[in-house]
Design a protein around this ligand. Structure first.
Ligand code: ADP
Ligand code: MG
Length: 595
């Protein structure tokens, strides 16, 4: 017979230890809770000191309002908080409100809190594995400092779940960076031992400038120089912040920071919205960088989903997603003719002579040429070879005022049958004709498709393309959509389709590979049919575009430049690569050391 175990109430300490499992499951979570307490106390300067990835020490000092002596012990009790009175859980304005962090930490570690409330004397209280000690006077200039030593010493099983010190330090640094992005007006200083991991002073200027300055400090100049500002409102939801130009992209989504009502969060809906906004301009597997601030009435978002409060539930997810997607798409379209400065700097670097020291060997000039320079004389002009199409005789000297209205300038030459060299008022641009045309065709196709007005061109001799059976099914299943995109196919015996018409915009090239690629695209993506259309249109555009290797006339080239100026997103191709680079005369002069 089994023995009966009576129902008992758990001790407070056991309850706190259980809560600690959720609230402070690693040192970074301790840092997060202490940072948030400091911010709730209106601190403007917060120092974080850690040892061994936070395992042996997390020490957070702030210059906030402090805790009165009479409340110091109460702060360590479960569900004791100064931040809400419990009457309106839907209107939460502070980071904390659950009154769980300090008692949870106290239950699993050695904790000491020192605090000075206003001009009162400073007092300290300690707790060890849930045992709260007596109050002692201490010396502290202002604010609160909380020292957490030997985390999880009271619950050793949890220690096993900690990662290496380096990983834990990294997680702590991520938490502080996220908060530092959220609060540009607060100075953060993090050090491990005596090594500084992160240091910011409080930023000045208006909110926009301050946030950008903070972004530059935390995420680097390269991102800061390649951002688009976002500022949009829908109903009572505000969205502000910065996103990267598509040409500045990353292999992971770790460069995406969301801040909702001042609270750093990781939220699937927002990550998905970013992906949606960039779907057209980034290749698969690449991610944009972003720091986005969402401000909405507290009643419209529930932060009380999980004790760690990094997850959210929006009352109207569709509205939030719509705002994020449309604001960013709009900014990307406006950005039109900008490409990442990194691309430009990279190009400039590549231009530089391999050896720019003062004692430059005479042969350097030639060494930088890889093309067949026959002469050994110091400076011989190359015979323009068949890859070099110069149009100087036909192309009239561009008028200055005409140039001023055309940011991409006037075509002067085509180089290696793929690069258009155009002169601009301040320098020159080099356009990758294939990449540029691909974007132009894609945007035109999208517009035409949206209006259900894609012009088709019937092939005089239909093209038969061999395709494996499952892919044929996918193609035929998508038949209606493909027809609207301008592609007419029919089954052709076993293992083949017959292409009868293609979009008129496309050049009749590579129909075979095109159809095979579309079949692959249909097969591999799990999206619903209607969402695959952009993918299909992009594939069409890629195949239908002017290939590199096609000689263009001056008029064709200028037409392409003008089309690019008029087309949204024309500064990158459908794969996120830049379509042109720009070099200013200043840069050219630098190259020749005239400056
Ligand atoms: P919560 O933040 O959810 O209220 P905590 O356990 O984190 O719960 O903190 C309990 C209380 O202790 C807070 O409500 C606040 O009054 C006080 N407190 C904690 N940290 C600080 C601090 N750094 N400065 C001022 N008061 C603090
Ligand atoms: Mg708290």
């Amino acid at each position: 017979m089994s023995t009966h175990t009576p129902i008992r109430k758990l001790s407070d300490n056991a309850i706190n230890q259980i809560a600690a499992g959720e609230v402070v499951e690693r040192p970074a979570a301790v840092v997060k809770e202490l940072l948030e307490n400091a911010l709730d106390a209106q601190a403007t300067k917060i120092d974080v000191s850690i040892l061994d990835g936070g395992r042996h020490l997390v020490y957070v000092t702030d210059n906030g309002i402090g805790i009165p002596k009479a409340e110091l012990t109460l702060a360590l009790e479960r569900h004791a908080t100064s931040k809400i009175d419990g009457s309106d859980l839907l209107n939460i304005q502070s980071f904390g409100f659950r009154g769980e962090a300090l008692p949870s930490i106290a239950a699993v570690a050695r904790l000491e809190i020192q605090s000075r409330f206003g001009q009162d004397d400073a007092w300290s209280v300690t707790a060890e594995a849930g045992q709260i000690g007596a109050l002692h006077p201490c010396a502290l200039p202002h604010g609160t400092s909380v020292r957490v030593q030997d985390l999880f010493f009271a619950t050793p099983a949890r220690l096993k779940f900690l990662k290496s010190d380096r990983t834990e330090t990294q997680a702590i640094s991520d938490i502080v960076r996220h908060h530092a992005l959220a609060h540009a007006d607060v100075a953060f200083h993090v050090f491990e031992g005596n090594k500084t991991i992160l240091r910011t002073t409080h930023e000045t200027g208006d909110m926009f400038e301050a946030r950008l300055a903070r972004l530059r400090k935390i995420l680097g100049s390269e991102f800061a120089d390649n951002t688009l500002p976002i500022d949009a409102t829908r109903e009572d939801i505000d969205l502000q912040g910065f996103v990267s130009l598509p040409t500045f992209n990353r292999g992971t989504a770790t460069w995406q920071y969301f801040i909702v009502n001042g609270r750093p969060v990781r939220d699937k809906l927002l990550v998905g919205a970013l992906r949606g906004a960039y779907a057209d301009v980034l290749p698969k597997g690449r991610h944009c960088a972003a720091v986005l601030f969402l401000t909405l009435p507290p009643q419209k978002v529930d932060v009380n989903v999980h004790p760690a409060k990094t997850e959210l539930r929006f009352r109207d997810p569709g509205l939030v997603r719509g705002l994020v997607v449309s604001a960013i798409k709009h900014a990307l379209a406006q950005a039109g003719c900008r490409t990442a400065t990194t691309t430009q700097l990279g190009a400039l670097g590549a231009f530089q002579a391999p050896n720019t020291s003062a004692a430059r060997p005479k042969s350097t000039y030639q060494a930088s040429y890889s093309s067949p320079v026959k002469s050994t004389a110091a400076l011989t002009l190359q015979e323009p070879d068949k890859n070099f199409h110069q149009f100087t005789p036909e192309a009239p000297e561009p008028q200055q005022d005409m140039l001023a209205e055309t940011p991409l300038g006037m075509a002067r030459a085509q180089i290696h049958k793929n690069y258009i060299l155009a002169e601009t008022p301040t320098g020159f641009v080099l356009v990758d004709q294939h990449a540029a045309h691909e974007r132009l065709v894609y945007e035109q196709l999208k517009t035409a498709y949206a209006a259900r007005n894609v012009q088709t061109q019937t092939l005089l001799i239909p093209e038969v393309v061999e395709i494996p059976a499952p892919a044929i099914d996918a193609l035929l299943e998508a038949d209606a959509m493909l027809r609207e995109a301008g592609l007419e196919l029919e089954p052709f015996g076993q293992g083949a389709v017959c292409v009868r018409a293609i979009p008129a915009l496309l050049l009749r090239e590579n129909i075979k590979t095109l159809v095979q690629d579309i079949a692959d695209a249909l097969n591999e993506t799990q999206d619903v049919l209607s969402e695959r259309i952009n993918h299909i249109l992009a594939t069409l555009a890629c195949y239908g575009s002017v290939r590199s290797g096609r000689v263009l006339t001056v008029d064709e080239m200028n037409q392409m430049l003008r089309d690019m100026e008029a087309t949204p997103l024309s500064s990158q191709c459908n794969h996120g690569r830049p379509t042109f680079v720009q070099l200013s005369l200043k840069d050219v002069e630098r190259l020749f050391e005239r400056r």
